[in-house]
Design a protein around this ligand. Sequence first.
Ligand SMILES: NC(=O)c1ccc[n+]([C@@H]2O[C@H](COP(=O)([O-])OP(=O)(O)OC[C@H]3O[C@@H](n4cnc5c(N)ncnc54)[C@H](OP(=O)(O)O)[C@@H]3O)[C@@H](O)[C@H]2O)c1
Length: 318
Amino acid sequence: MRYKVFGKTGMRVSEMTLGTWGMGGVGWDDNPEEVRQDAIRAAVEAGVNFMDTAPAYNGGAAERCLGKTLEDMGARKDIMISTKCGNVFVDGVTYRRDGSASGVRRQCEDSLRNLRTDYIDLMLVHWPDPATPFEETMTELGKLKQEGKILHVGVSNFSQAQMEEAGRFCEIEAYQPQYSMVHRDDEALIKWAAEQGMGVMTYGSLGGGILTGVFRELTAFAASDSRNRFYKHFHEPVFSRVMELLKVMDRFSEEHDNVPLAQIALNWCAQKEFVSTCIVGAQHRRKVFQNAAAFEWSLTPEEIADLDKAISTYIPTN
Ligand SMILES: NC(=O)c1ccc[n+]([C@@H]2O[C@H](COP(=O)([O-])OP(=O)(O)OC[C@H]3O[C@@H](n4cnc5c(N)ncnc54)[C@H](OP(=O)(O)O)[C@@H]3O)[C@@H](O)[C@H]2O)c1
C-alpha cells in the first residue's frame, strides 16, 4: 500500500480508501452482513487505513457495519473514518438535504453511536443544502470540532463559490468529488481545492464499477440501483464510449501480464498529484485485495499520457 499526507490535516492516509455505500444494503448488489464485514477486515489487512461512510447509506446501516467490524477487530484507533452530514435517507428511496445546526448535531451524535466511537476523524457536508445558510452548518461543525467530537471538517459535491462561502465560517480541510477515467468534469475545481491545501478523496474512482470491465453490455439495473440512478456512464450515449476506452485498457492489460483493469483505473486516478486518496466501494474480500494490489505498482508518465489521450478521445467532459 502507498500512503500520502492528506492535505493540511497531517493525516497519513492510504492511497486507497474503502467506500461503504454498498454496505448499507440498498442501491447496490446485496450481500450477507458477514461478507461485507469480511471485506472491511480484508481492507485493514491490505494496509487501508481510511474508510468512508455516511448516515445516508441506508439510514446508518453502513456506519453500523463498519463500526461493529472495527470494534470486533479492535482496530478503531488504527483506522481513520470519514462520515457525512446534511443528507438524510428518508424512506428507503428519497434523500433530503438538512444542513441545519440541529440536524448536523443530531446526525453527528447518531454517527458516533453507529460507529461505536467517541470521535470522527473527518466530517464532510455530503451535499450543499440550499435551504440553510452555510454560516449555520459550518458554525455548528466548528463547535463539534471544538468539542472534540470531530477532528477535521470537509465538504463533498460543492462548487468553488460554495466552498469559498462555507470556508468563511469553518476551515474546509477536505474535498470529496466524483473523479475517475470516465468522469473528469470537475478536474479544474479539484486542482483548485488541492492548491488550497485540502485533502482530496475521489469517489466513484472505478466509475461505479464500469472501469473493472465487468459490464460489457448495457445492463438493466433496478430503478433504485445507484448504477441506474447516479452514474450516467451506465447509460447511452456514454456507455458505448466507455466500451471503446475499455478496449484500450484491455490492450494495455495484455501488455502488462493481464493486470486487472480496476488496477489501471485506480493507478490513473491515485497518481494524479492533486488526488490524495481514491475511495473504492467493494463488498468482497477478493475485490478489496485485487484493488489494493494496484498500490504495489505504478503507471509510468508515458503510460498515463497514453491513457489520457484515449480518455480525451472517447470521454468528453461537460
Ligand atoms: N460524496 C458522495 O456524494 C459520494 C457519492 C458516491 C460514492 N461515495 C463514496 O465513494 C465510494 C466509492 O464509490 P462507489 O462505491 O459509488 O463506486 P466505485 O467505487 O467506483 O464502484 C463500486 C462498484 O465497483 C465494484 N467493484 C469494486 N472493485 C471491483 C473489482 N475489483 N472487480 C469488480 N467489481 C468491483 C463494487 O462491487 P461490490 O460492491 O459488489 O463488491 C461496486 O459495485 C462509495 O462507497 C462511498 O463511500 C460518495
